[in-house]
Design a protein around this ligand. Structure first.
Ligand SMILES: O=C(O)CCC(=O)C(=O)O
Ligand SMILES: [Fe+2]
Length: 516
């Protein structure tokens, strides 16, 4: 699960550093071995030439015999090369269990495709390392990496192959197109590290086009394949099949494929969600509402008198309040450090169970306040902000979340929408309110999008966002549907504090209007 949190990706970087060290040692040893071999060659060559045709000198004759009996044997049967290779493999094997598995590569490839979709990025540009929109190419890049970067033919091939294996031809076609284009350029220069080849890419691309209904593309790519590998019977048969189809249905083959993005059933709100995610720096996409202002708040709490909260109202109905500088840099770092050793793949409530799902990609940890005085102080401050009872089971422990590659949390409610939800296991009712603290900023992407409120909140480091999930009468407020947009670049950390209904009866009593 390397790709599911940025912390694991940092750990992967340390693993690669060790592999590099191992390969460096190997190269040094092998270079030394080869230069010694060259020395031997030059020495023997000189001695051999000096001898000419005469072996009158008994010493020369002696060394010739010795060389042939012993020196050559030692050189040819030297175990040094094997030893060097073995050391390289041992160093690799020692790290093997830390290496990403195939599911990680799959997850990472899917993350790239998710970024491509949600931020409407062009695959061609992505392959060149540029984050440019496919629709509005004149807009500035969505993100500009600090240094140049581009993907190799094999990098693109792998992404295409992951999509292909999922029968997702919508994504496999553009990625395999890139792979084919790049493999054509480098044809004949094989890289040891490459898994795919021009033939592989052509084969997968041809079949993707066939599945997408573009027979003539499938045909011409297969013909190109056969040019490189004329003895391949399977592809030859495919060509016959494609030709037959084209004669049977002339005109059908030229139809450009109109592929739909693979359906994600729980994303009925996809268009709004993606539009909100794409408003990378501005906030609400709708009109400005009255009642949005900034204020200092003490809530009559002596604890807040010396350092009032800095509240910015971002939205009304549902009310979204952003409290700036709610934690300090030091506190944010401490909280992340406390969570780091406990991070586990995040789960969501699904029916009666908790489950890992593709629509929430992150790792998270639960921190009990007794773990560290910083958490005690934080709870005290959260209680002052919300005026709510923070003692378990009336509130949950602090949940610290670190997003991964393309990490996101698709539109969801924080409260339970079914009586069977595991959220009720605490026997303190539903989640009445959320306080979410941004423990980091994000280089690009990663805003919090409120779908029905039509507002996206960029991660403001050290700020905390508060909202009520339930109406005063206990019914869920559907307008709180929200999401964590995919992280396009950077490392996103948040911490959630969820309050439950029980214990808050006198702190948030029922209103006059049932739907308050
Ligand atoms: O990361 C975000 O912006 C939202 C996170 C969220 O909604 C959650 O963890 O429940
Ligand atoms: Fe949430």
């Amino acid at each position: 699960e390397t790709y599911t949190s940025m912390l694991s990706i940092h750990q992967a970087l340390a693993t690669e550093r060790e592999l590099l060290q191992g390969l460096h040692t190997y190269l040094e040893e092998e270079t030394r071995r080869l230069s010694d071999l060259r020395r031997f060659f030059t020495k023997i060559q000189t001695l051999h030439q000096e001898l000419g045709t005469s072996v009158a000198n008994p010493l020369s004759a002696y060394t010739l015999i010795k060389r042939l009996q012993s020196d050559w044997l030692n050189v040819v049967y030297s175990t040094e090369a094997n030893n060097n290779l073995r050391a390289l493999k041992v160093a690799y094997q020692r790290l093997e269990e830390d290496l990403p598995a195939y599911e990680d590569l799959e997850g990472a490839a899917r993350a790239v495709m998710r970024l491509e979709d949600v931020y409407a990025l062009s695959v061609k540009e992505l392959a060149k390392g540029r984050f440019r929109r496919s629709t509005n190419a004149h807009l500035p890049d969505v993100y500009s990496p600090g240094h140049d970067f581009s993907l190799s033919a094999d990098d693109c091939f792998h992404i295409g192959k992951v999509a292909y294996d999922m029968e997702d031809y919508y994504h496999s076609i553009p990625w395999l197109e890139e792979a084919v284009t790049l493999f054509r350029v480098s044809y004949g220069n094989w890289n040891t590290e490459d898994e795919g080849s021009l033939e592989d890419a052509l084969d997968h691309l041809a079949f993707s086009y066939f599945k997408a209904g573009n027979i003539s593309q499938a045909l011409s790519l297969s013909q190109e394949f056969l040019h490189y590998d004329p003895s391949n019977k399977r592809v030859a048969r495919n060509i016959q099949k494609y030709e037959k189809l084209l004669t049977a249905h002339p005109g059908r083959g030229n139809r450009a494929p109109v592929l739909q993005r693979p359906n994600v059933t729980h994303l009925e709100t996809r268009d709004v969600y993606e539009a909100l995610c794409q408003t990378l720096d501005s906030q609400s996409t709708g009109s400005h509402q009255p009642g949005l202002h900034c204020s200092y708040e003490t809530h009559g709490d002596p604890f807040l008198l010396l350092q009032p909260l800095k509240r910015e109202m971002l939205h009304r109905q549902p009310d979204l309040a952003l409290y700036h500088h709610f934690v300090s840099d030091g506190e944010a770092e401490k909280i992340k450090a406390l969570a780091a050793p406990w991070l586990q793949r995040s789960v969501v409530a699904s029916g009666e169970k908790q489950q890992k799902v593709d629509y929430r990609i992150s790792k998270s940890a639960w921190l009990k306040d007794t773990l560290d005085p910083v958490l005690v102080a934080l709870d005290r401050r959260i209680a002052a902000l919300t005026g709510l009872n923070i003692h378990p089971p009336f509130a949950e422990y602090l949940q610290v979340v670190n997003y991964g590659l393309g990490g996101h949390y698709e539109p969801h409610f924080d409260h339970a929408t079914s009586r069977k939800s595991p959220l009720y296991r605490m026997k303190s009712g539903n989640r009445i309110a959320t306080l979410m603290i941004y423990l980091s900023s994000v280089e690009a992407g990663g805003s919090t999008a409120f779908i029905h409120a039509n507002i996206s909140v960029p991660a403001v480091k050290n700020a905390a966002l508060f909202w009520w999930n339930l109406h005063r009468n206990g019914r869920g407020n559907e307008d709180t549907l929200h999401a964590g947009c995919p992280v396009l670049a950077g490392d996103k950390w948040v911490a959630n504090k969820w309050f439950h209904e029980y214990g808050q009866e006198f702190r948030r009593p029922c209103g006059v209007h049932p739907e308050d």
